[in-house]
Unconditional design. Structure first.
Length: 169
């Protein structure tokens, strides 16, 4: 099954020219474009498709807002990796990416609860991280479950405006 991975991939425009020339994107988690809200394991091929269609960069920064569903289920439960903030035997998201893609990605995790917004302290930490990366000229992709609610909250908090749906950069 070929999906629309990554779902809701969008680039956001800075309010003014930013020092460093970084770029900001948002999207949904791997598998959301293929399987929607279905709660099922996401296979490596689907994750590979998601990764392949992310913006191209020598080093891509992934800012993850994935955490828990409202009923407590981990949003990482779908994957062959786990959050670095969760205990378990699976490799962390960063470890899994390093093993599979040879250190082309840096993961910054800020766990949140789906459909609950973002607590102010977490929003402040995420926005500081994103602004710092953009100022350094980095390409940043903020990820939540569908690439819409939590990701938009962060982008809007730093004054960015949504551009049209992106084609794979």
């Amino acid at each position: 099954m070929v999906g629309d991975e990554p779902v809701n991939l969008r680039e956001w425009r800075a309010p003014t020219t930013t020092a460093g020339g970084g770029r900001l994107f948002t999207c949904g988690r791997p598998g959301r474009g293929t399987f929607g809200r279905e709660r099922r394991p996401i296979d490596d091929d689907t994750i590979d498709l998601w990764m392949k269609r992310l913006p191209k960069a020598e080093l891509l920064n992934i800012v993850s807002l994935l955490g828990k569903k409202t009923k407590g289920y981990s949003e990482f439960g779908y994957y062959p990796f786990r959050s670095s903030k969760e205990a378990g035997n699976k490799p962390t998201f960063q470890q899994w990416l390093d093993q599979r893609y040879d250190r082309r990605f840096v993961v910054h995790e800020f766990p949140t609860v789906d459909a609950q917004g973002i607590p102010p302290d977490v929003r402040e930490a995420v926005t500081r991280c994103v602004l710092d990366l953009i100022a350094k000229g980095r390409i940043v992709v903020i990820v939540d479950s569908a690439g819409a609610e939590r990701t938009a909250t962060v982008c809007e908090a730093i004054g960015y405006k949504r551009m049209a749906k992106s084609q794979p950069p």
